[in-house]
Design a protein around this ligand. Sequence first.
Ligand SMILES: [Fe+2]
Length: 314
Amino acid sequence: MAVMRLGHVRLNVLSIEEALTHYTDILGLIETSRDPDGTVYLKGWDEWDKYSVILAPSDRAGVQHIAFKVEKDAELDAYRKRIESYGLEVEEREANALPFCGRSLFLRLPSGHECFLYAEKQFVGKSVGTLNPDPWPDGLKGAGAHWLDHVMLMCEVDPARGTNKVAENVDFFGKVLDFGLAEQVVAGPQGEIQAAAWMFCTTTPHDIAFGAGPRAGLHHISFFLEDWSDILKTADLLAKHRVKVDVTPQRHGITRGATTYFFDPSGNRNETFAGLGYLSQKDMPTITWNEENLWRGIFYHTGDIIGDFLGVYT
Ligand SMILES: [Fe+2]
């Protein structure tokens, strides 16, 4: 029984047309379906399921839900029992409640974020196919993002009130969904506050991350590129199209990834991320960063505080 991967995120956007230009022409995702109300479904060229990103029209930016794909339909029953025994409410939703998916489970994470588990989603296939494939397809637009890599959620942490939704999410993902904890940031005089965490269900350093903030929200969604030169070229592309860049190409200490941060037209933060970082396995010891080295962990080269990086999110 296993959660295989982050299956998709449903993002709220203020203008579908502007968002589409950003996610298709600049990032290179491929539109696979569209609802009458304007909701659009997108995938990366190297993904095989129908979509990994849903853009939904809204008057407010942010993440509406995240969804994880589990290996087999029958596992949903087992996960339902586990989630209920843990003490969280969970509802079964019929097939197609999540568009193009089989039945699903809906729950609110301890942090309040909406989350689905599902086992089946309509198969589309990679753009290069499966028989004697080329390494990449012709006709890619913009950055040619390969796949949705991970999501980082902001979770309420208020030591004065004893609230730590980062720690609660880590406990839930570890005990109920069998995620591993690759890295964490600890704060406070004795390092007693878990202020951020990077967790995995695949073999990459993270499939989901949690950071501390005054309220729940979305810090960023991240798309995989092959290597450092793709990160640089994509940053050129962002500048060329006057996309608001948050942090220029860098290396993370945490996860060791190469990165660039920027915003979509609605203000949702995006990241392009490259490199394996390292191989995560369930028995790998968790890497810990203390508060003094927080910024070295985030932006390894300078270790400098970048003003609103942790404070601005949707
Ligand atoms: Fe990231």
